[in-house]
Ligand binder design. Structure first.
Ligand code: ADP
Ligand code: ASP
Ligand code: MG
Length: 408
């Protein structure tokens, strides 16, 4: 007998028929003798609908009230799934994040889980109940409702699995595993049997939304066995695991996957003086405005002046631009330029560590397609390039083919 934590995403609970199908699946696992904790998302499209309602009232709605609003989506699905389980003759109990005692910090809209007191859930499990927990939500120390950032139900699943010491955390979604790249962009993408936590972390942070990055961080930190599977069809899915196990079982691939991010925007300030403190003068106000900077590039100075380029999330483009223009005036810079029609494409693989020449091969493939690279950044296990958004599909497919990632 095992304890399984299963998370079902928005599409998997997107209609009454889908919720009934999930209930059938869950009772089949229960009948095999497993203890079951189920985490569900809101029905697909619901969180977006709620956000749009808030926007109609006020684009500046407070984080606290947004959280009160957004968490209603998951409250609907926990109740419906628990009812569907009861209808099948199984004892089930729904829990909101607060009832599950998922305590977070008070950072509304992107709260972090601090602790989970799982005593009540454990007691209900021991009594044979199937537990249904609302994903994406918690409460802070003052009982304010919080949310964990978009896609946060994955993190609820992994955190519960860690707290309850579950045998596996299974993320059921609308694809049957983690692929070499998003199968919606490259239909010939290949499902990975395993991927390391480290690579999955990199893929998630570079834009692969199949798992929320914090869920992977949590799984790695607490060594939670994590699997991504389809809720629509049977299969093994993809196991996220440690380097060690992967190395033992198979030869390490050079590249595991290609991630991309459509949310990028680039800003450049030209002709600032090449003196100590300039980077701080430019980026200080950006960080004060709570804007996260991703890639940064400073040119080699010439004639006492230099250029400085960085990227931010597209949603922050206008605010960052306004801040940069102010800084440019103060620094008497020559000009400020920006581009919010760009995307980032990244190659990810722990196999890169021991192989030279991957970057140049990447640049060669992109050059052959006539794709101009706007910016480059590398780390031990990834190479990212910034390109015009019109080249996203072409670039991803060319790299997928060029690095031989297709299905056998
Ligand atoms: P859920 O609602 O179940 O949480 P998501 O939409 O958040 O589902 O995540 C699943 C989606 O992630 C897939 O439909 C797919 O388009 C996308 N995706 C992006 N990169 C990958 C990848 N490398 N492998 C599999 N799916 C990916
Ligand atoms: N419903 C939330 C969202 O759409 C959380 C999730 O689905 O994981 O972001
Ligand atoms: Mg998701």
């Amino acid at each position: 007998m095992a304890l399984l934590v299963q998370k079902y995403g928005g599409t998997s609970v997107g209609s009454i028929e889908r919720i009934e199908a999930v209930a059938d699946k869950v009772v089949a696992y229960k009948d095999q003798g497993n203890d079951m904790v189920i985490v569900v998302s809101a029905m697909s499209g619901e969180t977006n609908r709620l956000v749009a309602l808030a926007q109609e009232i006020s684009p500046q709605a407070s984080g606290r009230e947004l959280d009160v609003l957004m968490t209603t989506g998951e409250q609907v699905t926990i109740a419906l799934l628990a009812m569907a389980l009861e209808k099948r003759g199984y004892a089930a109990k729904s829990y909101t994040g607060g009832q599950a005692k998922i305590v977070t910090d008070n950072n509304h809209n992107k709260a972090r889980i601090k602790s989970i007191d799982h005593q009540n859930i454990q007691r209900d499990l021991d009594a044979g109940r199937i537990i249904v927990v609302a994903g994406f939500q918690g409460v802070d120390e003052e009982s304010n409702i919080t949310t964990l950032g978009r896609g946060g139900s994955d993190t609820t699943g992994v955190a519960l699995a860690a707290a309850l010491k579950a045998d596996e955390c299974q993320i059921f979604t609308d694809v049957d595993g983690v692929y070499t790249t998003d199968p919606r962009v490259e239909p010939e993408a290949r499902r990975l049997i395993t991927i390391t936590y480290e690579e999955m972390l990199e893929m998630a942070s570079l834009g692969s939304k199949v798992l929320q990055i914090r869920a992977v961080e949590f799984a790695q930190k607490y060594a939670v066995p994590l699997r991504v599977l389809s809720s629509f069809e049977e299969g093994e899915g993809t196991l996220i695991t440690t380097d060690y196990e992967t190395d033992k079982t198979m030869e390490q691939a050079l590249i595991s996957g290609i991630a991309f991010n459509r949310d990028e925007a680039q800003l450049t300030i030209n002709g600032v003086s090449d003196t100590p403190g300039v980077a701080y003068q430019i980026l200080g106000p950006i960080s004060d405005a709570n804007i996260e900077v991703d890639m940064i590039l400073q040119n080699v100075g010439a004639d006492g002046s230099t250029d400085f380029t960085f990227t931010v999330h597209r949603n922050d483009y206008e605010t960052a631009m306004a801040s940069l223009e102010k800084t440019a005036n103060q620094l008497k810079a020559r000009e400020v330029r920006g581009n919010n029609r760009i995307v980032k494409i990244s190659l990810v693989g722990v196999g890169m560590r021991s192989h030279a020449g991957i970057a140049s091969r990447m640049f060669e493939i992109l050059a052959r397609e006539g794709i101009n690279i706007l910016m480059i950044s590398t780390s031990e296990i990834k190479i990212s390039v910034l390109v015009d958004e019109k080249y996203l599909e072409l670039g991803v497919r060319a790299l997928h083919e060029g690095f031989d990632l297709k299905s056998e």
